[in-house]
Design a protein around this ligand. Sequence first.
Ligand code: HEM
Length: 487
Amino acid sequence: MVLEQTLAVLLIAVALWTIISLYTKRNIIRFGKKYSHYTFYPIFGHYFQLRNKSMFDICINEGIKKGFPYGCWLGHNFYYATDDGEEIQTILTHPNSWQKSEFYNTFRIGAWNSILLLPEKLWKPRRKFLAKNFSQPILNSYVQIFYRNSETLIEKLKDVQNKNLFETFVCYAYDSFCETMTNKNYNIQTEEGSEVVKWIDHCQEILGDNIVRVGSGFFFAVLFVLTKTPKVFQLFKSILLYRNFTQQLIVDREQELKKNIDENKTLLDSIIKADKKLYFNRTIINDELVTFTFAAADTSGNTLAFLSTLLGMHPNIQNKLYEEILEEIGPDRPIEASNLHSLKYTERVILETLRLIPVIPTVGRYIADDIICGTKTIPKGVNTVLNIFGLHRNKKYWTDPLKFDPDRFLPEEIAKRPSYCYFPFSIGPRNCIGKTYALMNLKVAVANIVRNYEIVSNYKSVEEIDFRIFMTIKTKHNLDCRFKPRK
Ligand code: HEM
């Protein structure tokens, strides 16, 4: 009797929730009809049609196959995906879209309270405070750290051959970033530390493969926990191990600061010493460090793996790059901050890599109030998926988009196209805080790799590369990319 009554109450509650939710979302349902290709079921949305699809399928492949813009319902959350530059620019710079799309909530499992996810009011002071640590003189002082770690990378590349390419480069990026944070080298490239990279990759793979199950709302997330318990266990284990690693960085640095109270050199120092209104406990400091280490290292490391492969596929571009590096720096001189500005071709190669394979392929914003985009009004409550990957390959803006051509970034070529067709670091208030840091780090690594190795790859086209994504982009297979010592 009690069971029957409980079930009846539950059913009534679900029915009521469904009716209220559908009523409050009636504008979105009307809007969504124009863009979705599947039948919408109350409670489930497009769960049945999409549940086995990965994040890459949903955010990118669906749009490529069926055309952008398109929409889908994950439970009662509607997602609108676009690859139109003007729309993307309007949304990213609009005051009604400060908040991140619902799918970012999956990131909360690892870092609840970081700059990436904070609501506008809390985000503003934190961003202002953190941005001070990215001034040009501070970044210049990091170049010797990048260079020292790139020397270790050169050694590691001797025996990387095809396998673990992402791991090798991401480890380099972790070593660099952790040292700029703590003034200490964690030897992630050479010691057991590379486990850190495996844990974070594991989390991305599980979440990327199960995004529909995890991102369709509370009921489906519970269903995911119940039906995929071993995966959930692995996910939480990896997150915990990763958080322990970043926690150790904080403890180590705090001890250093106790020995020398005047020291205040790094971003982590300023977070540790910050006004307690910004970072009021150790958990929040760790949330920030989890976000920063991941945002800095996974992005830069994956970009280096793709850039090397693209150079291997294009020997002419590689030779031109090699000539610039020999001319501007020489075959074995240490790379210094003053060298970086003159590496113009190197910069074009990096920018073109980030066009063809943007390491953060989509960003998302929640529409807090109606936004007018040209002739269309995107209603309040829509989650947008702003498809940087699609934008960077959109034929409306790029001729022969799959061709790797760094000269697209010559100043005269940039002037010919609209400013809104290239956003690898996003734009607007919540753009990448580490853009200059990333470009400097990448330049040092690329210059050192190319003057030491000739890179070879057998791919004929980027279409041979099969991608997978969660927050960042990787591949489903090892990349075909080999490094032959130049001397
Ligand atoms: C190739 C390298 C990189 C690329 C392509 C990249 C790209 C991006 C993009 C597209 C966003 C916007 C994300 C969103 O809207 O949800 C972002 C945000 C962010 N990036 Fe980067 N990033 C790179 C490297 C870095 C580095 C080196 C750092 C740190 C030193 C960093 C720290 C961050 C942080 C903290 C945010 C969140 C900013 C905020 O919400 O205020 N990134 N990045």
